[in-house]
Design a protein around this ligand. Structure first.
Ligand SMILES: C[S@@+](CC[C@H](N)C(=O)[O-])C[C@H]1O[C@@H](n2cnc3c(N)ncnc32)[C@H](O)[C@@H]1O
Length: 255
């Protein structure tokens, strides 16, 4: 397995306290502790450079009025917030990492979007939503946790008839994945690739610049340096084998 951004849970940079509603589905979701870290790598801001591809994929779907969207493995919700802005729909952001969900909840409140998005702390394996609950299921960087085919098979029943599944996944085994689309009962509407150049220019180069800047500022702080070392390792892995970091959006309709 490659160490692509898509397969990594993002490191926690900020932790902020915020209260949001309990949920009916999966586990109730509550408050997080407030704690600032001394260094600031703004992964979310860098991640947002890729929002144009979330928009590109969304625009490959037909126009929908107020779609119900399930964002599986939403993390800190950079795509979730983009989807909320793109659609006039209702969104559920689901993840099993409370720290990331806390960040999402804080951002939703700041942006005045908290009434449009329900944040659910839950594993993506064994979801218990009623059948045909969603117009769109969205999964960026997360299907790898259950496996591409299993995700397609298990999530299909949660889609309404002719509902849409959009997956952003690592590029490995693309041909096999495209074959599995129809085997699992979907129609392929299209796919597009995020090249290694895109990942460098729009993600890893800005991250690299931030890490260098933070190293300069915190050169005497061993705790910060050890955190920055982790970021640096990921950048080094990219530099060693950038082809492995390519990714693909696959846009499907339930057949
Ligand atoms: C690479 S992040 C992607 C986050 C977000 N979708 C994005 O594109 O920025 C993958 C996310 O999947 C979540 N995840 C991994 N395994 C999971 C599981 N079994 N159930 C729910 N979420 C999971 C991680 O916590 C992480 O937030």
């Amino acid at each position: 397995m490659t160490a692509n951004y898509l397969m990594m849970t993002l490191d926690t940079i900020f932790k902020c306290g915020i209260l949001i509603e309990d949920t009916d589905d999966c586990q109730g979701y509550k408050v997080a502790v407030s704690k600032d870290t001394p260094h600031q790598i703004h992964r979310d801001a860098i991640r947002a450079n890729l929002n144009k591809y979330t928009r590109q994929a969304y625009n490959m779907l037909p126009k929908m009025d107020a779609p119900r969207i399930l964002d599986i493995g939403c993390g800190s919700g950079v795509p979730t917030i983009e989807l909320t802005k793109l659609s006039n729909g209702e969104i559920i952001g689901l993840d099993n990492d409370k720290t990331e969900l806390d960040k999402l909840a804080r951002k939703l409140k700041e942006e005045g979007l908290a009434d449009r998005v329900r944040v659910v702390e839950c594993s993506m394996s064994g979801l218990d939503f009623p059948d045909a609950s969603f117009d769109i299921i969205w999964a960026e960087g997360s299907i790898v946790a259950v496996g591409f085919r299993k995700g397609l098979e298990e999530w299909r029943r949660f889609l309404k008839p002719h509902g849409f599944l959009v997956v952003h996944d690592e590029i490995q085994n693309l041909e096999k994945k495209l074959e599995q689309v129809s085997i699992c009962g979907y129609e392929l509407l299209g796919h597009f690739t995020l090249s290694e150049e895109i990942w460098w220019n729009e993600y890893y180069a800005p991250l690299d610049r931030q890490v260098r800047e933070q190293l300069r500022q915190h050169i005497d702080d061993p705790d910060v340096l050890s955190l920055l070392e982790k970021e640096q390792k990921e950048i080094d892995m990219f530099k060693e084998n950038p082809r492995l970091f390519q990714s693909v959006f696959i846009i499907m309709r339930k057949g």
